[in-house]
Write a protein that binds this ligand. Structure first.
Ligand SMILES: NC(=O)c1ccc[n+]([C@@H]2O[C@H](COP(=O)([O-])OP(=O)(O)OC[C@H]3O[C@@H](n4cnc5c(N)ncnc54)[C@H](O)[C@@H]3O)[C@@H](O)[C@H]2O)c1
Length: 353
């Protein structure tokens, strides 16, 4: 009998990659939970049904469950019935900026939905690894307090303590998080607590920018995906503050799925990892324009507003040393340019241009 994997947010960028990777590479029987809430959060351009249909047609045996993770009774019942060998939790309201307009939906999904899943796991399958997608926004805007140096096309850390990026020991306290960051802190700490208090094999992956060809990128979420879409459509990309030199690190969803598989192979309890592309896969917005223009041959139409996004990181890249130390067989396999090329190819196919 194949082992069973339960993935929440299975129609999203990370969830769908995990479904494919665990089914094809590791032989898992995969169950996905998703109710296309992304289309409710972001409107029709956030619709993820196409990805759900892709999984249903490409993965033999994939089972979709149209369930809202806020439905506590439904979550408890599903996990009790399946008793999955692994749970990967990626369903979320993922946008920093969107959360302020929908605080109840944001907290109920991100914090309470995670608690529903943790408690369901503790009751039904306490031995099964539980992987939670957290975010670097748990650090709030505290990284903006690090001394920076302004280079020609990007900001970088001036303090040599951060030469490798932000480590997991960085403070999550006493900074501005956005309501999204705060609801994700609640979930992150709860996942750690189920690890420490109940010994549930669990980890929080504090993602930088997670990306790849299967993102339904929208203005408020999905940096590179949305940037490429704007480039191909000749649509204006709005830059908010910091001269467009703000830096994000980008990791391909395949490398995220590969790390999750490494963790599942040798799980720990209540761990925390900063999961990103690291310095090598970091880019500023204006550097990303240049690279995209090089790949597509089209100019990036953009505008600039002095006012930055509230709580936006001026420079953030993840220190990957803890991930590499705990799981030495894992490393990044997709460079920033490879990833961008794949995103361009995927949008060209979807947009027919
Ligand atoms: N993409 C990034 O750059 C990034 C960065 C850091 C952290 N993360 C985290 O990684 C996780 C996955 O992100 P993603 O980019 O794949 O997001 P995504 O929006 O592409 O996927 C999330 C999926 O969850 C579903 N969903 C949302 N609310 C739901 C609910 N209440 N019930 C059932 N399904 C629901 C959505 O319909 C969507 O298909 C999230 O926890 C996010 O906060 C993402």
């Amino acid at each position: 009998m194949p082992k069973t994997l339960l993935v929440t947010g299975s129609s999203g960028l990370i969830g769908s990659e995990v479904c494919v990777y665990f089914a094809r590479e590791l032989g898992y029987a995969v169950h996905g939970v998703d109710n296309n809430q992304r289309a409710v959060f972001f409107g029709p351009s956030g619709d993820t049904r196409w990805n759900q249909q892709r999984l249903q047609s490409d993965l033999p045996g994939f089972q979709h469950h149209e369930l809202d993770i806020r439905n506590r009774a439904g979550v408890l019942e599903l996990v009790k019935t399946l008793k999955p060998a692994v749970i990967v939790h990626t369903a979320a309201q993922p946008s920093h900026d969107r959360a302020a307009a929908i605080p109840f939906d944001d907290f109920d999904t991100n914090a309470v939905g995670t608690l529903n899943l943790l408690e369901a796991a503790r009751q039904a399958c306490p031995e099964s690894p539980f992987v939670h997608m957290s975010t670097n926004k748990v650090y709030g805007d505290a990284p903006n307090g690090i001394a920076l140096v302004e280079l020609a096309t990007r900001w970088d850390y001036a303090d040599p303590a951060y030469a490798y990026g932000i480590p997991e020991t960085f403070t999550i306290d006493q900074s501005k998080h956005s309501l999204f960051g705060a609801s994700k802190v609640a979930a992150d700490v709860m996942v750690q607590e189920y690890g420490r208090y109940f010994n549930l094999p669990s980890c929080c992956l504090r993602g930088g920018c997670l990306t790849g060809p299967n993102h339904s990128g929208v203005e408020l979420h999905g940096f590179l995906s949305y940037l490429v879409k704007c480039n191909l459509e000749g649509r204006e990309y709005k830059v908010f503050g910091y001269k467009g030199k703000q830096v994000r690190d980008n990791i391909h969803s395949l490398d995220v799925a590969r790390f999750m598989a490494a963790f599942v192979g040798a799980p720990r309890a209540g761990e925390v990892y900063n999961l990103g592309g690291g310095k090598a896969n970091s880019t500023s917005i204006i550097e990303a324009f240049k690279l995209t223009e090089k790949i597509t041959g089209k100019p990036q139409v953009h505008s600039y507003q002095e006012q930055n996004r509230i709580g936006d990181h001026i420079c953030y890249y993840s220190d990957l040393r803890k991930m590499r130390a705990h799981y030495p067989a894992w490393d990044l396999t997709q460079s920033l340019e490879d990833t961008l090329r794949q995103i361009v190819a995927a949008w060209r196919q979807k947009l027919g241009n």
